[in-house]
Design a binder for this molecule. Structure first.
Ligand code: GTQ
Length: 375
């Protein structure tokens, strides 16, 4: 291949399986099948593609299309009956594993005033991103937290948790993000119900933020040995303030605008072992360039409106809309407003990619870094 380009080389499939069927081979494959075996060269190009081929499709769920039907679940089932009263988001390419994208699950959970869901724990790591309502709370291993719009909340794997809405609150909807499909793919998913149905509140309410959310400060002498963040709630107001301050002193990323990661304040690493999360701000009129990454991404618009081009398809989004970027698909974002900023929350499986040495990222080289829109 001395004077051949690598693309040409790939096109000619040198070094790849290339065996034509003959009656003798077909009979051979049939015999192998009966032995519980197969000839690798019949599947090699499929199981070892040149690069990741996601079976997920880029997809957008508009909040205004879903809200009424999510609210309707309040009248149809109780939390006791349902365990969790949730409308899940099904990627057309991932219905078999109930994933929103890749190995990530997403759903919209709704609870009414005075309702309480039973306490449980599981191998899946979970998060909530609050969409609307007053009075929601969650209890994670005895740490009760009050929740407001755009707050980001952790329920790390193995922690007992339950959710509810205070008497006198309003119906609350939040996005649940979990790695249930990944846990099932790894065949490592356990689930337990708390013996008391409700666990005790063992610490002062909102102690996790009071202890660990100090900017650049950490509680002196406080030990923490768990493999996830001791800060369970990342509130919207300080998150937005951090982004707007950072925006004053940075150009940001050409692909993501002004982006900050939610981190474990103890380590500076991702919030949980398998799920990472970030918030990005697109300035008025900002349009980013396209890149692609290993890893799957679930976005929720936290503020403003704009659009993203994912694998050549344009998706217009506004507050509370959820959209997904499958692994290794080019994506770029734009703020549709010339006067307001736009914010996108994301959760992803990048900690898994990084831990396994699989993380890769590539900018789109052609066309000034922008994808042609396919119609
Ligand atoms: O609240 O722990 O949407 O276990 C799906 C599975 C939420 C939860 C979901 C769950 C939860």
């Amino acid at each position: 291949m001395a004077d051949q380009s690598y693309d040409q080389y790939r096109e000619e499939m040198i070094g790849r399986a290339n065996v034509a069927d003959t009656p003798e081979l077909v009979a051979y494959y049939e015999r192998l099948k009966q032995l519980g075996t197969g000839a690798l060269w019949t599947v090699a190009n499929k199981i070892e593609p040149w690069e990741p081929i996601s079976t997920s499709v880029p997809y957008l769920w508009r909040y205004k299309d879903l809200r009424d039907d999510v609210m309707k679940a309040l009248d149809l089932v109780t939390p006791e009956q349902a365990g969790r009263r949730v409308v899940y988001l099904e990627n057309p390419g991932r219905a078999d594993v109930v994933a929103a994208v890749g190995w990530l699950y997403s759903g919209l959970q709704v609870m009414g005033p005075g309702e309480l869901a039973s306490s449980h724990r599981h191998s899946a790591s979970a998060l909530r991103f609050i969409m609307e309502g007053e009075g929601a709370f969650t209890n994670v291993d005895g740490h009760k937290m009050t929740l407001g719009a755009n707050d980001f909340v952790l329920t790390p794997n193995g922690t007992w948790h339950e959710h509810g809405v205070a008497e006198g609150g309003t119906p609350c909807i939040w996005q649940d993000g979990l790695d249930i499909p990944l846990m099932n793919a790894l065949e490592a998913n356990f689930y337990e119900v708390h013996p008391d149905l409700q666990q005790a509140v063992s610490y002062p309410v909102d102690d996790s933020t009071a202890t660990w959310a100090g900017t650049g400060l950490r509680p002196a002498g406080m030990a923490w040995s768990k493999p996830y963040s001791p800060l369970f709630k990342y509130e919207w107001a300080p998150t937005y303030e951090a982004l707007t301050k950072y925006a004053r002193v940075t150009d940001g990323s050409p692909f993501d605008g002004v982006m900050m990661e939610y981190v474990n304040p103890h380590t500076g690493g991702p919030v949980m072992q398998t799920i990472g999360a970030s918030m990005q701000l697109l300035r008025p009129g900002e349009r980013t360039k396209a890149h692609r990454q290993t890893g799957s991404f679930v976005y929720q618009c936290a503020k403003g409106k704009g659009w993203s081009i994912i694998n050549g398809q344009r998706f217009d989004w506004q507050e509370r809309d959820i959209f997904v970027v499958p692994a290794w698909m080019y994506h770029e974002h734009a703020n549709a407003s010339d006067s307001e900023d736009a914010c996108l929350f994301t959760f992803n499986d990048l900690p898994v990619m990084r831990a396994l040495g699989l993380y890769r990222e590539e900018a789109l080289a052609e066309n000034g870094g922008h994808q042609p829109i396919l119609t």
